[in-house]
Design a protein around this ligand. Structure first.
Ligand code: 13P
Length: 255
């Protein structure tokens, strides 16, 4: 049995006041979603302000990225230690927008995954295929390649502390959500890849979230799949009602 997690990736949106207001609305209504773990991932510059709002509540705090070095001459970068200092529990790594717009490779993301785990942060690590890759029938191959590269060198104890987010790139911000069956197929593949590399008991414990155009309207079908353990929500996480509407449909995953 895996407890579902609904995490909001606010991306590069909101300002300080609206970020605080959104966090407040979510904290105030979080008790209405007792079956979901909740987390919000605001822009780095608002982590401190949002962190103060969610402190002591059921809502976890996550960052959207980090660098793998602890400190030093890395202009513009933010270390995992800094994120911990601000009270973050989670950090999104390898989001497709970073892979595709900012050129992050799986090898680069892998260094961050190791660094996050060494600091006791829970990485939410994204994988997912492009539309052209899906249309060419290459989805399984792309997912395997990203899995192998991104999770290289992790032992079983570390893998157990990772959260995977399957985010098909064609579904992100497009309104074209994957069908529950399409998502379930890849989630099952990811679980089989974990079982292959580690063992079945590890695979059964790792949370695998779905991301890409999740809304309160389509969440029910996705969250009832046997291998979907929650959602990483972009656009709909900017509205408390939508976000909580998704979280209200969470239930423990059993398979
Ligand atoms: P949307 O929910 O806006 O499609 O974004 C998904 C996403 O990228 C979450 O990380």
């Amino acid at each position: 049995m895996r407890r579902q997690l609904i995490a909001g990736n606010w991306k590069m949106n909101l300002n300080r006041a609206s970020a605080v207001a959104l966090a407040l609305q979510i904290v105030e209504k979080a008790d209405g979603c007792p079956r979901a773990d909740l987390a919000v991932c605001p822009p780095a510059v608002y982590l401190e302000a949002v962190g103060k709002v969610v402190a002591g509540s059921r809502v976890g705090l996550g960052a959207q990225n980090m660098f793998y070095q602890l400190s030093g001459a890395f202009t513009g970068e933010i270390s995992g230690e800094m994120l911990r200092d601000l009270g973050c529990q989670y950090v999104i790594l390898g989001h497709s927008e970073r892979r595709n717009i900012l050129g992050e490779s799986s090898e680069f993301v892998n260094r961050k995954v190791h660094a996050a785990l060494n600091l006791g942060l829970t990485p939410m690590v994204c994988v997912g295929e492009l539309l052209a890759e899906r249309e060419a029938g290459d989805t399984a191959q792309v997912i395997r390649r990203q899995f192998d590269g991104t999770f290289s060198g992790l032992n079983a104890e570390e893998m157990l502390r990772v959260i995977i987010a399957y985010e098909p790139v064609w579904a992100i911000g497009t309104g074209k959500v994957a069908t529950p069956e399409q998502a379930q197929e890849v989630h099952l593949q990811l679980r089989q890849l974990i079982a292959e590399r580690y063992q079945e008991s590890v695979a059964q414990q790792v949370k695998i979230l779905y991301g890409g155009s999740v809304t309160a309207e389509n969440a029910g079908g996705l969250l009832s799949q046997p291998d979907i353990d929650g959602a990483l929500v972009g656009g709909a996480s900017l509205k408390a009602e939508q976000f909580l509407g998704i979280a209200a449909q969470a239930r423990d995953t059993q398979n």
